[in-house]
Write a protein that binds this ligand. Structure first.
Ligand SMILES: [Fe+2]
Ligand SMILES: [Fe+2]
Length: 481
């Protein structure tokens, strides 16, 4: 196995030469106990003693960066792993375009950069907190292992951001690192920083939708931070993206398997109408209209994470060279955007219109458009699953103005197809577009834990292949007696 230059002799595995960076090592070591307390307190409830078949990052070599083994989650080796440094890397956008990438924090952008790191860092423990009850209702050991894998990696992503804070921001970085362990998802007095990370993840369909939609927002944010002129941030985000891909796999296949099971059960029972909700639910599966509603909810909560469509903040972080666009280096333009425009959907005199805005202030909008396109590709794959079973139904992304709490459409009601509505029409349609209390109760009634190796709950199909190519009846989690 290639372990590159990852050092496992210090308590914290790393490829950043911590052994010789005593001050940062000490800062991280003094942060570590608080992290473990947080993990025991807010990590997967009831499974801290279970042996989980997890992958651990042991290298940054794209061909062999992880190894699989049974690990108790509190013993997971959370390490600091940055993608290898590129020789002569240049700042790829903004005012400093073409200058050498920064290896230290540029003083004039210190506050702006710290805020970007803290916001990203805050989302990592938040999702662990949101998902902490899911082990109890896992539909199989395979799925249980997957949520735990996502959880330990979100924990590692927190370490990644804390390293940046402690290494490059001195005392206030250490304070921010401590704060990251204080806030709690959904807390009234110390909530997490972003809306979607304070919502509950009450059931497994929510979890799979979350990993599809919200982790995909994470991917887009990481992609744009991976372009950063601040090289250590770029390198850490590039390696995080390697792990992030699995989170989206868990989401996409989780929803896909749910869809597949529903369609197969409908076919077997001779039900042609996807809207025959009662009959379909009697089969112990989740009807497609309810899956559409969950999709509507999670997509729109995730759209809010991109912030306002038009934002001077976004323009400033771009111009400063701190946060770029999705695949910045592949885009063919001047990478400064001082004279460019970008079309933004806006509400003008009661109509939704596409208006050209300065491309700099429309940076968020552009990233969100790239996100929507990426989501749509996933939906196309889900729709293929439906097609293959012969059921007639199509999942669709709702209009970007639907159910928004941030940005251009936050004060208006818009239907999933993009029609402006008055309050009465909204209230009439709401339960058909977003999960109702009844839908939630029904889904909750299906959430029974299945722990026999190779067995799956009624509402979800088995995966086509196992993790690490393990056979179907592999015991992914050995639950402590
Ligand atoms: Fe993450
Ligand atoms: Fe993630």
């Amino acid at each position: 196995m290639n372990i590159d230059n990852v050092d496992y002799t210090t308590k914290i595995p790393n490829n950043v030469n911590l052994a010789e960076d005593r001050q940062v090592l000490r800062a991280l070591e003094s942060w570590h106990p608080g992290y473990i307390d947080w993990w025991m307190d807010m990590g997967p409830e009831g499974f801290q003693d279970a042996l989980v078949y997890l992958r651990t990052a042991v290298s940054v070599d794209p061909k062999g960066w992880a190894k699989f083994d049974y690990v108790k989650m509190p013993d997971y080796r959370w390490g600091i792993l940055l993608a290898p440094r590129e020789d002569n890397r240049k700042i790829p956008f903004g005012r400093h375009y073409g200058e050498p990438a920064w290896q230290e924090v540029p003083g004039e952008y210190r506050a702006m950069l710290r805020r970007l790191v803290v916001i990203q860092g805050d989302t990592e423990p938040a999702s662990v907190e949101q998902q902490r009850h899911l082990g109890r209702t896992a539909p199989s050991l395979y799925d249980m292992r997957n949520v735990f894998q996502v959880n330990v990696e979100e924990g590692r992503h927190l370490w990644a951001m804390v390293y940046i804070l402690q290494k490059y921001f001195g005392r206030d970085g250490r304070e921010e690192a401590a704060e990251l362990l204080q806030r709690r998802s959904g807390s009234a007095d110390k909530p997490r920083m972003l809306g979607a990370f304070n919502e509950a993840t009450p059931d497994w369909l929510s979890f799979h939708m979350f990993t599809f939609f919200t982790d995909r927002d994470g991917k887009m944010q990481l992609e744009s931070l991976a372009q950063s002129g601040f090289d250590p941030l770029s390198r850490t985000c590039r390696f995080m993206l390697t792990e992030e891909a699995h989170h989206m796999f868990v989401g996409e296949t989780g929803v896909g398997r749910t869809i597949q099971r529903t369609c197969e059960a409908m076919k077997a029972a001779g039900i042609e109408d996807p809207g025959a909700v009662e009959k379909i639910r009697a089969l112990g599966v989740i009807d497609l209209p309810t899956i559409q509603k969950k999709l509507n909810l999670h997509y729109t909560l995730s759209l809010d994470l991109f912030g306002s469509e038009v934002s001077t903040n976004a323009a400033n972080t771009f111009t400063a060279g701190l946060k770029g666009r999705f695949q910045e280096i592949k885009i063919e333009d001047d990478h400064r955007l001082e004279n460019a425009v970008y079309p933004v959907l806006k509400l003008v005199d009661g109509e939704i219109k596409r208006i050209d805005e300065p491309a700099l202030t429309a940076i968020n909008m552009r990233l969100r458009d790239d996100y929507t396109a990426d989501c749509q590709r996933g939906l196309d794959r889900w729709n293929k699953i439906i097609d293959r079973t012969g059921v007639t139904f199509k999942l669709e992304l709702p209009h970007v103005g639907f159910h928004r709490q941030i940005g251009e459409f936050k004060n208006v009601k818009i239907s999933p197809t993009g029609k402006l509505l008055d309050e009465t029409a909204w209230n009439r349609g709401k339960n058909a577009w977003l999960p109702s209390a009844d839908d939630g109760d029904y889904i909750a009634s299906l959430m029974q834990r299945v722990v026999e190796p190779g067995q799956f709950a009624s509402w979800i199909a088995p995966p086509r292949v196992g993790i690490d190519n393990k056979p179907g009846d592999f015991e992914y989690v050995k639950i402590a007696a």
